[in-house]
Write a protein that binds this ligand. Structure first.
Ligand SMILES: [Zn+2]
Length: 292
């Protein structure tokens, strides 16, 4: 997981555009609500994106709640708010902001539309996410601060301190298990929430699948390197690790996986056992549970 920049669109531009361009007779309600929305937006950013700090806007008694939620439908292709969607997806820079792995092809409302209709098209509440994360996250919204999704724009998710770890070998089977671990330099409460989110979105299953495919791709190159012994293989692995960290950061699944291989006593003791085996057999013993 990493920190991303919020979409650059000024926060109230979309709201104003909706009011201005709406043919809805009741648009005076929307105009009257502008100050409330602005205050809500202000709290959101000032609270560093912690969802529990923002009062639910569905409690505003707003007669236009349905309309506010409906505005989001216009961000889809061909809609008159289509540019909102492109800004949000561009801000994700090609990686889902919830799992930090898959392609972000959908928009997730960090604070769900059902509870926060007035934030339906507020750009910093819109997160580029993959279809799986979006589907699993759904409209979950907890009052318990320990069970709140981490905001990728406002919260200080470290990019240089490792908090994702992969335990790669277990019982002689190549079986990566990913987990979020504590780090002295990272706030414990934030780590706990990252861990909760990781479990909630079933990210381990996803990373495991990615790791299997990745291992399959690198297997033969690593086998060649291993012919010169562990030193040759370790050099090759460290080279791969450096370029992955440079491109995706230290908490990317591939970085953690390669580090896990380097740290694995079993892999080090007999790398050929794994590098020459059929990948399907290697991983067969512990396939991840299918998502949902
Ligand atoms: Zn995702």
């Amino acid at each position: 997981m990493r920190r991303a920049d919020a979409p650059t669109r000024p926060s109230l531009t979309d709201y104003d555009a909706c009011v201005r361009r709406s043919y809805r007779p009741g648009k005076t309600h929307l105009t009257n609500r502008r100050a409330d929305v602005e205050t809500g937006y202000g709290t959101y950013a000032a609270g560093r994106g912690r969802p529990h700090l923002v009062a639910r806007t569905k409690d505003w008694g707003d007669p236009d709640v349905g309309f506010q939620q409906g505005l989001y439908e216009h961000t889809w292709e061909g809609g008159w708010l289509e540019d909102v969607r492109s800004d949000v997806l561009a801000a994700a820079r090609g990686i889902c902001l919830l799992c930090n792995a898959a392609q972000p092809r959908t928009i997730d409302h960090l604070l769900p539309q059902s509870d926060y209709p007035a934030l339906s098209i507020y750009a910093p509440n819109l997160i580029g996410a993959c279809a799986d994360c979006n589907r699993i996250k759904s409209n979950k919204c907890h009052d318990d601060p320990a069970r709140q999704f981490v905001h990728p724009y406002f919260e200080p998710i470290p990019t240089d301190l490792p908090f994702l770890r992969a335990e790669v070998i277990a019982d002689g089977v190549l079986s990566p298990q990913f987990e979020i671990v504590d780090h002295d330099g990272i706030d414990g409460e934030l780590t706990a929430r990252l861990r909760w989110q990781f479990a909630e979105l079933q990210v381990n299953s996803f990373y495991r699948n990615e790791a299997v495919l990745f291992f399959q791709k690198r297997q033969y190159a690593w086998e060649e390197a291993a012919e010169a012994g562990w030193v040759g293989l370790a050099t090759s692995l460290r080279g791969d690790l450096r370029s992955t960290v440079r491109a995706f950061g230290v908490n990317y699944w591939e970085s953690a996986f390669i580090q896990g291989l380097l740290d694995s006593a079993e892999f080090r003791a007999d790398p050929m056992k794994f590098l020459t085996a059929n990948v399907a057999t290697l991983f067969a013993a512990r396939q991840p549970e299918p998502a949902e």
